[in-house]
Design a protein around this ligand. Structure first.
Ligand code: PAF
Length: 290
């Protein structure tokens, strides 16, 4: 008999289903998303499918991680298409709550962090990570999975979630998955749909600038100021692009470093955020220091 994918908007129903799978001794992988799924999400779901008995995907455009004036209202949504993709990959459960189910009246408890969230995206989006940590923490309580899958494209988010899990002694393994790109190099993102044709072309400057930075690193450059300058210069040549930040930080704690050699756990994150017209895009690479 063909198994049917469960779609639930209710916390209790979802939790009971996960409990039942756990009672049967089955492992569960969780892929948290905001929907409008693309190939990047597909790679997370496929990894979860390979590594777990059951796969749960959450689809929730989380209002509290958007700041005033950001794109919460216009964020793209298409549940039917998302559900069809999940089903084709063999997802077992889609959790798709209303905002009122996640944040009922009087909601006032947040998960926050002192370090890691202040640099990079935290500078222009000061309340963003508090919203991410709070919803991810709630999702981990509703769906107490064995593993949760996050993309490296949101590298700071990945570092923040890893730190939260460590600090709060949460019993879940965080699996980071590589960035998935369009054929021409643009990192996959639900926000790419905001770009018109001219902007879509201009957006290639993100991956192109990082490729130039990486070349410099591969040629032996370790001084982060020199690498950032090279990346910023490439971005500066694109008239539709405006830099929010070009930064190189220690991936373990998201603190700026002067030399790639300073990365304490051997991973330096080179991350950029660039406005193409009104759309803010991010991209990065991680350099493993030997
Ligand atoms: O990366 C995202 O899509 C979101 O930030 C997440 C992790 C699903 C939390 O809302």
């Amino acid at each position: 008999m063909e198994k049917k994918m469960i779609i639930s908007g209710k916390i209790e129903e979802t939790r009971n289903q996960i409990k039942e799978w756990k009672r049967q001794g089955l492992s569960v992988g969780l892929v948290p998303t905001m929907g409008y799924l693309h190939e990047g999400h597909r790679s997370l779901m496929e990894a979860a499918r390979r590594e777990n008995d059951k796969v749960a995907v959450s689809i929730f455009v989380n209002p509290i991680q958007f700041g005033p004036g950001e794109d919460f209202a216009s964020y793209p949504r298409d549940l039917d298409k998302d559900a069809a993709l999940c089903e084709s990959i063999g997802v077992d459960l889609v959790f798709h709550p209303e905002a009122s189910e996640m944040y009922d009246e009087g909601f006032c408890t947040y998960v926050d962090m002192d370090g890691l969230t202040k640099e990079l995206c935290g500078r222009s989006r000061p309340t963003h990570f508090r919203g991410v940590q709070t919803v991810v923490s709630k999702l981990f309580h509703i769906i107490p999975a064995d593993r949760a899958y996050f993309g490296q494209k949101d590298a700071q988010q990945l570092a923040v979630v890893r730190r939260m899990v460590r600090d709060m002694s949460m019993d879940i393994e965080i699996v980071g998955c590589p960035i998935i790109r369009e054929q021409d190099g643009l990192a996959k993102s639900s926000r790419n749909t905001y770009l018109n044709d001219e902007e879509r072309q201009a957006a290639l400057v993100l991956s192109r600038s990082l490729a130039e930075g990486r070349k410099l690193v591969e040629a032996g450059e370790r001084d982060t100021a020199a690498i950032k300058k090279c990346i910023a210069e490439v971005i500066g040549q694109e008239k539709l692009a405006r830099i929010d930040y070009v930064e190189i930080v220690d991936f373990s704690d998201i603190t700026p470093i002067d030399s790639l050699q300073d990365a304490k756990e051997g991973e330096a994150l080179c991350a950029i955020a660039v406005y193409i017209g009104k759309t803010r895009l991010i991209d990065n690479f991680i350099f493993h220091v030997s």
